[in-house]
Write a protein that binds this ligand. Structure first.
Ligand code: BG6
Length: 453
């Protein structure tokens, strides 16, 4: 046993983080275009105005992906690039860019996998209340339908939303991501409910255009892993992973996934008990729309927390030992999350899992020999993939892994200071692309379908 023969080895990116061309060819503004131009929001005042200039250099980038041997490429579509105000006229120049990208991928034998929404919300719709506006799910469904009509003849796999935890939690409640709002707690569930409805209506709208499309959803989670392999700790970690404590609603799983995957809200969890009255009156009926059959359960997984049984039917958090390895953005290096995460998620949702993002941020540099040596990243991915393989061998249906990210890019609040790429972007030298050592290493993994791990 090993990875499936048709395992989707891939790389991932998102529009705002790599495209640049932020104000070109009729593109409308997104909340990120506005947020990055506010003083003090982003480290060192970086913006994605130019980013990796992928908009103009996509051919070079796709050729590199072909050399890497990836089977698929997960990119995102910038909603206001193709519909500048979010709901009105389609911008042909924006559509043409994605058509060129999709065609180029197909010419190189790479399956395009498009995410509809990776956080660059149309600014014109933000001004109308964004996810709190009762019409917001219809706006998204219209955009989704346009994507099916324009790209669905060649792009067959679509993920609806990337990490609602981040675009709602960080964007509208913590306020550290665009658009930097700090809504009230009674607005969490209505906004989230509208985002769920957007997912469901988008899948329905796209299926009405083409019946041969496949769909996924790509939330995130910090996995709750057991501190030991004792059955008590495993059980405690599993229960904690799917719990929704009042003050931990942002980084839990069931609140963000049960409606989409099971057609239910976790109504017995403390957070839901406290806030259920804030949902629209139609919430139970709406769950039918939200819960569309989908093909893949995407999951972005980078790290974990450790939990043990408290001996009284509850759980307790276990601190990582001092000196635990961390990435450049201070996430714990914790390979076991790619074992326990997929295992627990598959048990609950019984839908094929794709790791839609996983990777390591490092402070990479170009060495005197002109190369970028990143042994830490190779070691990180190697360890994580070994755990993923173990979960697959033990029965979790895992059908893909997309390394985040194909190239260094604009890492949101951290600007360009963290580098996750397999391809180094030399921002000081004309955005020159340099293949890192990890690029060559991952190429070998893909070529052997993970047998060389
Ligand atoms: C995921 C996002 O949360 O993690 C990506 O989907 C992001 O867009 C990646 O780049 C790394 O996170 P960060 O916060 O370091 O940019």
């Amino acid at each position: 046993m090993s990875f499936r023969k048709d395992f989707m080895w891939g790389v991932a990116s998102s529009a705002y983080q790599i495209e640049g061309a932020a104000f070109e060819d009729g593109k409308g503004a997104s909340v990120w275009d506005m947020f990055t131009h506010e003083r003090g929001k982003i480290r060192e005042e970086h913006t994605g105005d130019v980013a990796c200039d992928h908009y103009h250099r996509y051919e070079e980038d796709v050729a590199l992906m072909a050399e890497l041997g990836v089977k698929c490429y997960r990119f995102s579509i910038c909603w206001p690039r193709i519909i500048p105000d979010g709901i009105g006229k389609v911008n042909r120049a924006g559509v043409d860019f994605y058509n060129r990208l999709i065609d180029c991928l197909l010419e190189h034998g790479i399956t395009p996998v498009a995410t509809l929404f990776h956080w660059d919300y149309p600014y014109e719709l933000e001004k109308r209340g964004a996810w709190l506006n009762p019409d917001s799910s219809d706006w998204f469904a219209y955009y989704a339908k346009v994507c099916a009509e324009e790209f669905g003849d060649r792009c067959k796999i679509f993920y609806t939303l990337n990490e609602p935890q981040c675009f709602l939690g960080y964007g509208y409640f913590a306020g550290c991501n665009a658009p930097g709002r700090q809504w009230h707690s009674y607005e969490i569930l209505p906004a989230l409910h509208n985002a769920f409805l957007a997912h469901g209506k988008a899948v329905q709208a796209m299926r009405s255009v083409r019946s041969d499309l496949q769909f996924g959803y790509a939330p995130s989670s910090d996995v709750c892993a057991p501190a030991t392999d004792s059955p008590e700790d495993i059980d405690a970690a599993r229960r904690r992973y799917f719990a929704v404590p009042e003050d931990e609603w942002m980084w839990c799983v069931s609140l963000w996934s049960d409606p989409v995957m099971l057609g239910t809200y976790p109504v017995d969890e403390p957070f839901m008990k406290n806030h259920i009255q804030t949902l629209p009156k139609t919430w139970e009926e709406d769950l039918k729309t939200i819960h569309q059959p989908i093909d893949f359960y995407g999951q972005n997984i980078y790290t974990q927390s450790l939990w043990s049984s408290d001996g009284k039917g509850g759980w307790q958090w276990v601190r990582n030992p001092m000196g635990f390895s961390k990435t450049s953005n201070n996430w714990c290096v914790s390979p076991r999350c790619l074992y326990w995460g997929p295992k627990f998620l598959y048990e609950r949702y019984k839908t094929p899992i794709v790791i839609t993002e996983n990777g390591m941020g490092c402070h990479d540099t170009v060495s005197l020999d002109g190369k970028v040596h990143d042994p830490n990243r190779i070691d990180y991915v190697h360890r994580y993939l070994l755990e993923l393989k173990k979960a697959a061998e033990e029965g979790a249906d895992i059908c893909g892994y997309m390394y985040w990210s194909v190239m260094d890019n604009f890492e949101w609040g951290n600007g360009f200071t963290d580098r996750f790429g397999l391809i180094y972007i030399d921002y000081l030298d004309g955005l020159r692309r340099i293949k890192k050592d990890s690029f060559e290493w991952y190429k070998g993994v893909i070529a052997s379908n993970g047998e060389n791990l």
